[in-house]
Write a protein that binds this ligand. Structure first.
Ligand SMILES: *[C@@H]1O[C@H](CO)[C@@H](O)[C@H](O)[C@H]1NC(C)=O
Ligand SMILES: *[C@@H]1O[C@H](CO)[C@@H](O)[C@H](O)[C@H]1NC(C)=O
Ligand SMILES: *[C@@H]1O[C@H](CO)[C@@H](O)[C@H](O)[C@H]1NC(C)=O
Ligand SMILES: *[C@@H]1O[C@H](CO)[C@@H](O)[C@H](O)[C@H]1NC(C)=O
Ligand SMILES: *[C@@H]1O[C@H](CO)[C@@H](O)[C@H](O)[C@H]1NC(C)=O
Ligand SMILES: *[C@@H]1O[C@H](CO)[C@@H](O)[C@H](O)[C@H]1NC(C)=O
Ligand SMILES: *[C@@H]1O[C@H](CO)[C@@H](O)[C@H](O)[C@H]1NC(C)=O
Ligand SMILES: *[C@@H]1O[C@H](CO)[C@@H](O)[C@H](O)[C@H]1NC(C)=O
Ligand SMILES: *[C@@H]1O[C@H](CO)[C@@H](O)[C@H](O)[C@H]1NC(C)=O
Ligand SMILES: *[C@@H]1O[C@H](CO)[C@@H](O)[C@H](O)[C@H]1NC(C)=O
Length: 486
C-alpha cells in the first residue's frame, strides 16, 4: 500500500495536465492500482513461496557519529555473492574511527553470504529488518584457531578449532543490534558432518567475543549455528537483551543458545531461546586447563526468558566450570516442552565451585525433569585430569518454582565426594505426571525447606515453617533415592 500511495502521488504531481477529465483520472488510478498490486505480488513471491514482507518504514537509528552501509563497501545481498571482503573493509575503516566514537555498519535487507570476519572496537553492527547475514557452509572458509586456554582442547576434537562466524578478541565497546535482522549459521551441513564424523576440528560458534569488555547484543535473531550460538569468553560487562535464538530441537547438536564462559558482570534478559542443546550454559573452563586458567563466571543475571530445549536443559551451569561459577540469579524464566528445566552438571576432576546461585520465579510447563544437579558428568578433555579435584557446590536457592506436567520435579544427585550443601527450597508447587512415585530425589544433600512445598521434599532436607523456626531436622542427609528410570 505504501508503494501505491507513493506512485500515485508521483504521477499526480508530474503529469497534472493529463488528468484533464474525471474519467482519465479514474482510469489512471485503476492502472496505477493494478500495477502496484502486481509489483507488490512479484516482490513477495520468492521461489514460488508466498512471503509476507511488508515494506519497512523503520528509520535506522544513528548510534555512532559515523554510519556506513554495507553496500558502500561493495556488498551484495543476493545470497550468492561472498561479502567477506565488504565486511572486512568496513571493519578496517571503522577501526580507524576509535578516537571519533567509532562507526556503525548498517546491513540492509537482503541475504549477505559471508565467511567468518572479525569485529573491531567501538563498532555497531546494525541488522535492518529483513537483513540476513548468512554463514558460508564450506568449512575451508572457516579460520582455524588455537584451542581456548581454559579447555586445552578444541572441545570436540584435539588441536585447533574453527573460529566463529563473527569474531572478536581484545575489543572494547561492541554493539550488535537491529530491527530483528538475522545471523543465520546455516548449520545443517555442519550437524550432518559432525554426526557422520567427517569433521577434523571442533565446530565454530556463530558469535564469539574473547577477552573483551562492554558488549551489547540486542534486538536481533540468531539461528542455526553450526555449534554454540553466542559465546562470550573471558569478557566483562556484557548485555544480551531482546534476542531470539533458534535451532531445531533435534538433530542440531551443541547448538547452545548463550554460553557465558569465564565472564563477569553479565545480563541476559527478555530473550526467546529454542535450540538443540542448552538454552543457556554458564561455563568457566574444563578440568586441569580450567583450574589453571582460574577465571570464574560471576555476577550473572538472567531474567525474563522463555526457553525450550528437548535435548538438554533450559538453563545450565557446567559441565565445564573449573574456574568456578558464583553469584548467578535466574528469575522470571519459563521453560516449556523441554527435557530439563534448571540443570547443574559437574564431575570429579573439574575442581572449582558453584555457589551463591538463586533461582526465583521459575515456571516449568511440560518438562521431564524440573531441577537437576548431577555430579557425575564424566566427560574429560584427556587423561591428564586430577580425579581428586572435587568441585564444591553450595548455597543454592530455589524460590517460587511452579509449573505443570513435570515427571520428576527435583533430582539432587550429590555424592560422598561432591556433597550438595546449604540448598534452600521455598514456595514451590509443581504439578506432576507421576503422583505416586518418589519424585523429589536426593543423595548427599544438606539444606532446608521453608514452609510447605509440593511435591513433598526428600528426607534429606530440614523442615522450617514460614517464620523460620525449625520443625523437623533431617536424620538422613546422605541417603540416596535417585531413580534414573523415572
Ligand atoms: C544501503 O544502500 C542501499 C543501496 O544504495 C540502499 O538501497 C539502502 O536503502 C541503504 N540502506 C541503509 C540501511 O542505509
Ligand atoms: C580474526 O582475529 C583473530 C585473532 O586476532 C585472528 O587469529 C584471525 O585470523 C582473524 N580472522 C580473520 C578472518 O581475519
Ligand atoms: C525487541 O526487538 C524488536 C525488534 O527485534 C522490537 O520490535 C521490539 O520493540 C523490541 N522489544 C523491546 C522490549 O525492546
Ligand atoms: C524476530 O524474528 C524472529 C524470527 O523470525 C521471530 O521469531 C521473532 O518473533 C521476531 N521478534 C520480534 C520482536 O518481532
Ligand atoms: C579431515 O582429514 C582427512 C584426512 O587428513 C581429510 O581427508 C579430510 O578432507 C579432512 N576433512 C575436513 C573436513 O577437513
Ligand atoms: C531495541 O528495541 C527497542 C524497542 O524498539 C528500543 O527501545 C531499543 O533502543 C533498541 N535497542 C537498541 C540498541 O537500539
Ligand atoms: C564494567 O562496568 C562497571 C560498571 O558500569 C564499570 O565500573 C567497569 O569499569 C566496567 N569494566 C570494564 C572492564 O569495562
Ligand atoms: C514470574 O515470571 C513470569 C514469566 O515466567 C512473569 O510473567 C511473572 O510476571 C513473574 N512474576 C513476578 C512476580 O515477577
Ligand atoms: C555458603 O555461604 C556461607 C556464608 O557466606 C559460607 O560460609 C559457605 O562457605 C558457603 N558454602 C559454599 C559451599 O559455598
Ligand atoms: C554425609 O556425607 C558427608 C560427605 O561425605 C559428610 O561430611 C557428612 O558428615 C555426612 N553426614 C551424615 C549425617 O552422615
Amino acid at each position: 500500500m505504501v508503494e501505491y500511495i507513493t506512485f500515485g502521488r508521483l504521477i499526480h504531481q508530474r503529469i497534472p495536465t493529463l488528468v484533464s477529465t474525471h474519467r482519465t483520472f479514474l482510469t489512471i488510478l485503476w492502472i496505477v492500482g493494478f500495477a502496484s498490486l502486481f509489483v507488490w505480488q512479484r516482490n513477495n513471491f520468492v521461489d514460488g513461496f508466498w512471503m509476507f514482507n511488508p515494506v519497512s518504514n523503520k528509520v535506522i537509528p544513528k548510534l555512532r557519529p559515523i554510519v556506513f552501509n554495507l553496500t558502500d563497501f561493495g556488498g551484495k545481498g543476493d545470497g550468492i555473492t561472498l561479502n567477506t571482503e565488504a565486511f572486512e573493509k568496513a571493519v578496517a575503516v571503522i577501526a580507524k574511527l576509535r578516537l571519533k566514537g567509532g562507526g556503525q555498519l548498517n546491513v540492509p535487507p537482503g541475504n549477505w553470504l559471508t565467511a567468518p570476519f572479525n569485529l573491531t572496537s567501538h563498532m555497531t553492527l546494525f541488522l535492518s529488518e529483513g537483513a540476513v547475514i548468512l554463514a558460508v557452509q564450506d568449512e575451508a572458509y572457516w579460520t582455524l584457531m588455537a584451542p581456548l586456554p581454559s579447555y586445552g582442547y578444541g572441545r570436540e576434537h584435539p588441536g585447533p578449532r574453527y573460529g566463529s562466524l563473527i569474531h572478536g578478541q581484545h575489543l572494547k565497546d561492541i554493539e550488535i543490534t537491529g530491527h530483528n535482522g538475522t545471523i543465520d549459521g546455516q548449520g545443517q551441513t555442519w550437524w550432518i558432518k559432525h554426526r557422520q564424523k567427517l569433521l577434523n576440528y571442533t565446530r565454530g560458534p556463530l558469535l564469539q567475543i574473547m577477552w573483551s569488555s562492554d558488549i551489547r547484543i540486542s534486538n536481533i535473531t540468531l539461528r542455526d549455528s553450526p555449534f554454540w550460538n553466542i559465546h562470550p569468553y573471558d569478557c566483562k560487562n556484557i548485555t544480551i537483551r531482546n534476542v531470539t535464538i533458534l535451532a531445531p530441537l533435534h538433530g542440531a547438536p551443541n547448538t547452545d543458545g548463550i554460553d557465558p564462559d569465564s565472564c563477569e558482570n553479565m545480563v541476559i534478559e527478555d530473550c526467546y531461546i529454542s535450540v538443540g542443546d542448552d538454552g543457556i550454559a554458564i561455563k568457566s573452563g574444563w578440568d586441569q586447563y580450567g583450574i589453571a586458567y582460574a577465571q570464574p563466571s560471576t555476577n550473572i543475571l538472567i531474567r525474563n526468558l522463555v526457553v525450550q530445549s528437548m535435548v538438554s536443559a533450559g538453563i545450565s551451569i557446567g559441565s565445564e566450570m573449573s574456574g568456578g561459577v558464583s553469584n548467578v540469579k535466574v528469575e522470571n524464566v519459563l521453560v516449556w516442552n523441554s527435557r530439563r528445566g534448571m540443570r547443574i552438571k559437574t564431575a570429579p576432576g573439574r575442581g572449582g565451585y558453584i555457589r551463591h546461585i538463586t533461582y526465583q520465579n521459575v515456571t516449568f510447563d511440560n518438562v521431564r525433569v524440573g531441577i537437576v544437579i548431577k555430579t557425575d558428568y564424566n566427560e574429560h578433555p584427556d587423561e591428564g585430569y586430577d580425579p581428586k579435584a572435587f568441585p564444591i557446590l553450595g548455597n543454592i536457592s530455589f524460590i517460587g518454582i511452579h509449573g505443570q506436567g513435570v515427571r520428576v520435579p527435583v533430582r539432587l544427585h550429590g555424592s560422598e565426594d561432591i556433597p550438595l550443601r546449604n540448598l534452600k527450597f521455598q514456595d514451590m508447587s509443581v504439578g506432576t505426571t507421576y503422583k505416586k512415585k518418589h519424585i523429589f530425589q536426593c543423595a548427599f544433600v544438606q539444606g532446608r525447606v521453608i514452609g510447605t512445598i509440593f511435591p513433598a521434599p526428600c528426607e534429606n532436607l530440614d523442615l522450617y515453617n514460614e517464620q523460620g523456626q525449625l520443625v523437623k531436622r533431617s536424620s538422613s542427609q546422605n541417603v540416596t533415592d535417585i531413580d534414573y528410570t523415572l
